[in-house]
Structure formats: C-alpha cells, structure tokens
Design a protein around this ligand. Structure first.
Ligand SMILES: [Zn+2]
Ligand SMILES: [Zn+2]
Length: 392
C-alpha cells in the first residue's frame, strides 16, 4: 500500500542520515549560543537544508538567525519548527540541539512524500525560545501566515503527544522610597525593600485564591546597597501565568493590585512595566496529536495523548498554536528527576537516549507528513477541529 511504502521510505531516509543528524546535533550542543546569537547553528542548519534541495531564506522577520527552508509549492503547507538556542551557563540543558536536528531530518526525509503526493514542507528556524520568545515576535511579523499545519517535538522526561503550556507575561516592578541612616534616623526613611517584601506577602495571600495551575513567581533584583542605609530603591521581576488569556488578564490585575496597595500603605512610589512578549497558552490539535502518537507507536515508542503527571511551563510555540493547527509533543530522553534546564538534562541531550529521541521524533514527524499529504480528508479534519467545528 502506498502510504505504508511512503512511511517506510521516510524512515529509511532518516536511518541513512543517522550519523549526519547526530553530528549536527552534537555540533550545536558543543557550541551553545544564546537567543538571537545562534549564528553557527543557523548556518549549519540552513546549509544542510540547501544541500538537500530546499530553497532557503535567511534572516526572515528581520531576525538574523531566523530562517525558512521550503520544498514543494502546493497545499497543504506543513511547517516543522526548529529551535537551537541555549541557556546561559547551562548550555543545551533544554535539548534544543535535538529539536533542530530532528526538524531538519524530518524536513529532508519528507521530500519523497511531497514528490509522491504533493504539498509543501517548510522548515522554519525559530531563534531565542528561552530568553526572548522568538516565535511570538515571528508570529507578529507573519512568519506563520499561510501555513496549514505547524509541528515540532521537544525532548523531555515523558513521552506525550500533547503539551500543556500556560499563558504568561512578565512584570518588572520598582519601588522608590527615601534613604536615611538605618540606626540613627530610621524615622526619616521610606523603606523600598520592605515594600517589596510586603508585595511578596500580598501575592502569597492571593495565591490561596487563584485558579489551579496558575502561577505567580518572582525574584528581587535590587534590595538595597548597604545594611546601614534604609533602601531607597528596590526592584523585582515577576512572571504571571494562567491557563487562558482571559484569566491571565484577570490575574495580572490582581497581582498588580498587590504592588499598588503596598505602595499606598508604605508611602513608596511604584513604577511597573509589563513585558513586551505575552506567551499564549498552547492549543493542541488532537487530530494531529493522534496521528503523531500512532506513528510513534509504530516505531515502538508508547506515547499517551496526554499525561497529567508531565510538568508544564510556557513556550512561545503557544503563540504559533493560536494561529495554525499545531502539535508540540515531548519525547523522553531522561528520567523524571533529570528534568529540563538541569546540567543532567544537558548531558542527556548528547546521550544515546537523546539521539534515539531525535531519530524517533524526526521519523514520526515525517510519517505524520505522509499521513497528511496522502489523506486530504485528514487535513480537512485538522482544520475543522481548529475552526471549532469539532470539539477539541
Ligand atoms: Zn527551556
Ligand atoms: Zn526548550
């Protein structure tokens, strides 16, 4: 049968490129580059795509390390997203080297399916996931317009076909008080550090009454300069997260009220700024997730559709998933206690299990491409689900 033959072909393509993809992943891992500085990674990835018949545009969306490589012209237009940024000090502790190599592998392997059935495959290089929400910027600049489907696979500690990711926005706050000698004239001072500490207390009181899965957490970035001076200035950065945008907006106001109330009570002056990037919650397309899951199971990797025990944060892929029917499955490469953003996970990202995750992810992505190009009615179903015509 055509579809099975086509799937066998894409699997064979990825196995044949086992060493090249492993090397690509290893090179990116050994040369960690922070968000928007991923010059080497973007070079290696675009070069590989070009050598394999993709037409490549570099520096798309006015971001020098973003790119777009496409093969084929027709519909459906299916994007596979690559991430390749590292974390400060920890290097590739989020395993984005594996995401990059699996996206490239899946893209190149999908060529045979495009040649056979039509459609187009677009590998989109999306920089700065960790620090600047690159995909949110790219979404605003039109990078995901005119796509029918978007997919990427992230390494993690669970095999799971869907991802829960929260809406999230950052808040920077500053309190301005009045300096005075902390022992000889404390009555002359207005303590900006105390205002910050009271704000933490107010948020902690609020926490009991916020919806499950919402998160509010922060750090103090300035708490004064000397113990014998009443701090005239304090500063902090907070993140507010919620399951949907409506509740995020409600919660943002409640959190802000904590600071406003404390400013009034303490006599300090408050200045605040919401972050430019707002992360949207991730919307999983279950029709796509089912296809991906079935393909992973053909490869022998058991993958539940959802896993309540898997952890969640926020990702700029959420913003993509609001525009295009999307999936963002996780492939397990490390045990639960060695979660992402740990030195152990950085090691897992170059381990045998890491490579296996990369290859399985690339294969299952390309097999899903086969399903989509060979069955136009599935693409209709995916789009109907996205449009809300069937319950998601
Ligand atoms: Zn990360
Ligand atoms: Zn990540």
């Amino acid at each position: 049968m055509d579809i099975e033959r086509s799937k066998a072909l894409v699997i064979g393509e990825i196995e044949a490129r086992h060493h090249q993809l492993g090397e690509l992943s290893q090179k990116i891992h050994s040369n960690p580059e922070l968000g928007f500085q991923e010059v080497k990674a973007a070079d290696w990835l675009t070069q590989y795509l070009e050598e394999n018949g993709f037409s490549v545009e570099r520096g798309i969306c006015e971001l020098p390390t973003a790119f777009r490589g496409s093969y084929g012209q027709g519909k459906p237009a299916m994007a596979i997203l690559a991430e390749y940024d590292a974390l400060p000090e920890l290097g590739h502790a989020c395993g984005h080297n594996l995401i990059a190599a699996s996206a490239i592998g899946a893209g190149v392997a999908s060529k045979s399916a495009i040649d056979r059935f039509g459609g187009s495959i677009i590998v989109i290089g999306t920089p700065a996931e960790e620090l600047y929400g690159g995909k949110a910027i790219m979404a605003d600049r039109g990078a995901f317009d005119n796509l029918d489907i978007a997919m990427m696979v992230h390494p993690g500690t669970h095999n799971v076909a869907t991802t829960e990711a929260l809406a999230c926005q950052a808040l920077e706050v500053e309190f301005f008080g009045k300096a005075a000698h902390a022992a000889s004239r404390p009555e002359a001072g207005i303590n900006a550090l105390e205002a910050m500490l009271q704000s933490f207390n107010a948020i902690n009181s609020l926490r009991q009454h916020i919806k499950p899965k919402s998160r509010v957490h922060g750090i103090i970035t300035d708490g004064g300069k000397a113990a014998n001076v009443v701090p005239a200035h304090s500063a902090g950065v907070f993140l507010v997260r919620a399951e949907d945008d409506t509740y995020l907006n409600e919660l943002k106001q409640k959190v802000l009220n904590c600071f406003i109330g404390v400013a009034t009570a303490s006599g300090t002056r408050l200045e605040y700024r919401w972050g430019d990037i707002s992360y949207a919650p991730l919307r999983n397309n279950l029709t796509l997730a089912q296809l991906f899951r079935q393909n992973m199971e053909i490869l022998g990797r058991k993958m539940p559709l959802s896993d309540p025990s898997s952890s969640f944060g926020s990702t700029d892929f959420g913003n993509v998933s609001q525009l295009v029917p999307s999936i963002h499955p996780f492939v397990a490469i490390a045990p639960v206690e060695e979660g992402v953003h740990s030195p152990q996970f950085a090691t897992a990202a170059i381990s045998e299990a890491g490579i296996q995750g990369l290859l399985d992810a690339a294969k299952a992505l390309a097999m899903t491409v086969v399903d989509l190009v060979a069955n136009p009615e599935i693409v209709v179903k995916v789009k109907d689900e996205f449009a809300g015509k069937i319950d998601d």
